[in-house]
Design a protein around this ligand. Structure first.
Ligand SMILES: Cc1cc2nc3c(=O)[nH]c(=O)nc-3n(C[C@H](O)[C@H](O)[C@H](O)COP(=O)(O)OP(=O)(O)OC[C@H]3O[C@@H](n4cnc5c(N)ncnc54)[C@H](O)[C@@H]3O)c2cc1C
Length: 258
């Protein structure tokens, strides 16, 4: 299988750097082909702007989504965007690896998503009708591929527990797992979270590697998170609300998992 790891940390000699090296080695040892988009090393341009479109009239107002659509359809996207899209086409699986910064991914990785997920590629795919609201949330160009987050946190596991002050980890990762990954069609595996990173030492790192190895070895066998698909009857269209008889009494993120 082909695995793309999109990785964001400014220092290679970090815990994240060590985990990234380990992940690549383990996947390759298991016979997989691996590419790493090391966003800081690539000096990835994080800002979505008019420079993302080649041969653009400089006097026309820049429209982030319509310019993206035009560039994607006409082969006018900036080359760095096209290269990352090709990596995604090549990949059977995507791993997003990052330290949690301010309860989300580092800005450079958010910029990778914003620019690489062009209109017609990450969103704006498929037909809109009374029964089908675009190919998204379980359908889309990434359908059939798997994805997983590998994230490190300064906070302890208890801080991210159901009643922890940071909020439950599943809730915090929902915008990435459901919004960024499930939306364009990925099957999303449960995340691999390394908590309380200030307490890391060689012994604990070995335990972390052992646990990560198990996850990587079962990557194509583990059940993905059972997010509800948009166009399979669970949601009223076009309201896109969950039907009243499903997950009765539940609301919020958890209601979108079967
Ligand atoms: C801007 C910012 C925002 C943040 N926001 C949040 C937040 O919202 N929530 C939250 O929980 N945390 C937050 N943090 C903390 C952050 O998530 C952690 O600092 C980060 O996950 C640690 O990962 P690292 O790769 O930078 O670790 P490092 O700092 O590189 O290492 C962490 C520990 O692991 C040890 N270590 C490193 N490499 C090895 C190795 N090879 N072998 C053995 N030990 C090793 C180091 O000695 C150190 O003790 C934030 C930090 C920043 C800078």
């Amino acid at each position: 299988m082909n695995v793309l790891i999109v990785y964001a940390h400014p220092e290679r000699r970090s815990l994240n750097g060590a985990i990234n090296d380990f992940t690549v080695e383990r996947l390759r040892a298991n016979g997989h082909a691996v590419q790493v988009s090391d966003l800081y090393a690539m000096n990835w341009k994080a800002l979505l702007d008019a420079d993302d479109v080649r041969e653009r009239r400089s006097d026309a107002p820049f429209h982030p989504s319509l310019d993206s659509k035009h560039a994607f359809e006409n082969g006018l996207q900036s080359r760095d965007i096209e290269i990352e899209q090709d990596k995604l086409r090549w990949a059977d699986a995507l791993i997003l690896q990052f330290p949690m910064w301010w309860f989300s991914m580092p800005a450079i990785m958010k910029g990778w998503v914003e620019r690489v997920y062009a209109y017609g590629f990450g969103y704006g795919v498929g037909e809109h009708s009374d029964t089908h609201w675009g190919d998204r949330y379980g359908e889309g160009l990434m359908a059939g591929k798997r994805a997983m987050i590998v994230v490190t946190t300064g906070g302890w596991e208890s801080h991210y527990s159901p009643r922890g002050i940071n909020g439950p980890i599943d809730d915090l990762l929902f915008p990435i797992q459901h919004g960024v990954l499930f939306y364009p069609g990925f099957d999303v595996l449960p995340p691999f979270v390394v908590y309380h990173t200030s307490q890391m030492d060689a012994t604990r790192l070995q335990t972390t590697y052992d646990a990560l190895s198990k996850r990587l070895d079962r990557f194509w066998d583990d059940a993905p998170i059972a997010f509800r698909k948009q166009n399979h009857g669970d949601y009223a269209i076009p309201q896109l609300t969950l039907r009243a008889e499903l997950a009765e009494g539940e609301s919020g993120f958890a209601a979108h998992v079967e």
